[in-house]
Design a protein around this ligand. Structure first.
Ligand SMILES: Cc1cc2nc3c(=O)[nH]c(=O)nc-3n(C[C@H](O)[C@H](O)[C@H](O)COP(=O)(O)OP(=O)(O)OC[C@H]3O[C@@H](n4cnc5c(N)ncnc54)[C@H](O)[C@@H]3O)c2cc1C
Length: 247
């Protein structure tokens, strides 16, 4: 049986009418950047809970999740409505292997995210461990419209701290937006535009790829990586990419 703590919402910072960052206080055991925690509410006498990646680092005491409303879903529309002082349920323990420590050493780390899946990447990038492990880190963050490009201030701070070791590539697929790429991540890998933009090779010999997002996106990206001789990373069988599927 999962053990639940009561959390208290300290901030519900909406980016628009579909996307929000919920910040709350709750006791949580040790965790690693990139992991997720189950968050829930009691609905009609039953606990309804879902996993959410933590955006905060282990050093930051306020917990933070970033999510979108799934209109037909039982939990996300209700979490979206929470206000400062409201209570929610937070699982005692975090879980997940989408962490810098699980990823094998290589020169280049590619971090690919669509939509709210930027969250675990930011937690990892705000920490120090990943910068000791890789020479060059490229974050590619794909959304449909530019108003979905959340956390750009955080990304700018990361860029300022790490200068040439970091490359940020925003992708806005449904409209032209400043210097963003406009094609989906799988295509931009396939035709070389992502590597060209990053000025970094993406190959089995010197790269690891962390991919977080929907099943469709992960399937399409990993098919392109496999065609380049890259394979899924497993503890017992080291490979070239690591995935976290949200839905
Ligand atoms: C390991 C893990 C970590 C996750 N972390 C996050 C996170 O940090 N942020 C986040 O937004 N979501 C995250 N999710 C998805 C999240 O757990 C919920 O599924 C989502 O918030 C919808 O919850 P719901 O109860 O309203 O609907 P659900 O009953 O969970 O889902 C209803 C339907 O919507 C689909 N769906 C689920 N999530 C989404 C989505 N984001 N966009 C579109 N369709 C979706 C489901 O496949 C299902 O068909 C994560 C999922 C997993 C497995």
């Amino acid at each position: 049986m999962a053990k639940w703590h009561t959390g208290i919402v300290v901030d519900n910072m909406r980016w628009n009418d579909r996307l929000t960052t919920l910040r709350f206080e709750a006791p949580l055991g040790e965790f690693e950047s990139g992991q997720f925690v189950r968050v829930g509410l009691e609905i009609d006498g039953e606990i309804v809970a879902r996993p959410y990646s933590l955006v905060n680092t282990p050093d930051e005491s306020v917990l933070e999740i970033y999510f979108n409303i799934v209109p037909e879903g039982p939990l996300s529309p209700r979490l979206f409505e929470l206000k400062c002082g409201d209570k929610l349920l937070v699982a005692e323990q975090t879980a997940g292997f989408f962490t810098a420590s699980e990823v094998p050493e290589s020169n280049n780390l590619w971090m690919l995210a669509t939509g709210t899946a930027i969250g675990p990447h930011l937690s990892i990038l705000k920490g120090e461990a990943v910068w000791k492990k890789f020479d060059q880190i490229t974050l590619c963050y794909s959304v449909r419209t530019h108003d979905e490009l959340a956390y750009t201030d955080t990304i700018t701070q990361i860029a300022d701290q790490h200068n040439d070791a970091f490359c940020f590539i925003p992708v806005v697929t449904r409209e032209s937006h400043m210097d963003s790429l406009r094609e989906r991540i799988p295509q931009s890998i396939q035709n070389g535009s992502l590597e060209y933009r990053a000025n970094t090779p993406l190959s089995a010999s010197d790269s690891h790829v962390m991919i977080c997002g929907s099943n469709d996106m992960i399937t399409d990206v990993t098919a392109v990586l496999e065609s380049r001789g890259m394979h899924k990373h497993r503890r017992r069988e080291p490979g070239h990419y690591t995935t976290e599927k949200y839905h």
